[in-house]
Write a protein that binds this ligand. Structure first.
Ligand code: KMH
Ligand code: ZN
Length: 275
């Protein structure tokens, strides 16, 4: 019997625009409304970015606070905040959500463990910056999701563990298919799984048209999957998803067709060792 599958909804991101899809949630209320529907459709966690009212990517703590409060008022879904933000942001800006404490503290935060080409840009994560963010996540008392855009980022997480900055076994997200980085290939997924330390948990987030097929690959392998408008705006060829919930619903359908049950947030907390 495999574990229940944890579906994460990457709801907002930093790159998707309202010009690309009118269904992108921007305000705290829009995010909360879509998060509730994602939870009903089978998601246990949201990966959260926020935007200014005019839609610009932001890592502002107060915008995160408003979104986190709006979500928690309406649902028990796990909230994982981004520390990646948008390309070009500095480390203090990226770590805005890590300044939230008490009832506004996020449940988890991302930690990308290496620099990578990101379309025409560079997502800068030099080793000292990675250590800085790892320390801030640790100081807040929450667990990271290690974002791996390439396999060397798994090795760097091992180095962080040796330095006492990350606890193993950890939870990883394989981000596959970003232009300029590791592509969304089945053999790449298998190599990444094989490279993990014993006892790790993993999620796969494949970009664009690869998103939903990779839910099925993850389901077959006993892993977890991330879907959502951050990574893909189409529910089928040329058809926009009418919200993150529609991508979650499609992911849930595909995962259950492969024999997987879906984790509730309470189950996901146990699987991901958050409690
Ligand atoms: N927007 C990307 C440059 C994360 O959330 O931690 C980085 C990103 C990763 O989305
Ligand atoms: Zn993100």
């Amino acid at each position: 019997m495999s574990m229940p599958m944890v579906i994460t909804a990457a709801m907002v991101g930093a790159e998707t625009t309202r010009e690309q899809t009118p269904y992108l949630p921007i305000t705290a209320e829009e995010i909360a409304e879509d998060a509730v529907r994602c939870r009903e459709a089978g998601a246990a966690m949201v990966h959260l970015h926020v935007r200014t009212p005019d839609g610009k990517p932001s890592q502002d703590a107060e915008l995160f606070r408003a979104a986190i409060r709006a979500i928690r008022k309406r649902t028990d879904i796990i909230i994982q905040t981004s520390t990646g933000g948008a390309v070009g942001m500095g480390v203090d800006e990226r770590c805005g959500p890590l300044t939230l404490t008490g009832e506004d503290r996020p449940d988890m935060a991302t930690l990308t463990t290496g620099t990578v080409n990101f379309g025409p840009d560079v997502f800068w994560n030099p080793r000292p910056l990675v250590r800085d963010i790892a320390k801030r996540i640790r100081a807040l008392g929450i667990k990271p999701e290690i974002e791996c855009f390439d396999v060397g980022m798994i090795d760097e997480a091992n180095a962080l563990a040796k330095e006492g900055l990350v606890e193993l076994p950890a939870h990883y997200d394989f981000v596959l298919g970003v232009p300029g980085a590791l592509s969304a290939r089945e053999d790449a997924l298998d190599f990444m799984i094989k490279s993990l330390p014993e006892g790790s948990t993993w999620t796969v987030a494949a970009m664009g048209r690869h998103q939903l097929p990779f839910v099925e690959l993850a389901a077959e392998r006993g892993g977890n999957a991330r879907v959502g408008l951050e990574d893909n705006i189409y529910v089928s060829k040329g058809v926009l998803a009418k919200g993150n919930w529609e991508l979650v619903a499609e992911a849930a359908k595909r995962a259950t067709a492969k024999g997987r049950t879906l984790a509730t947030p309470a189950e996901a907390r146990k699987i991901l060792r958050l409690t």
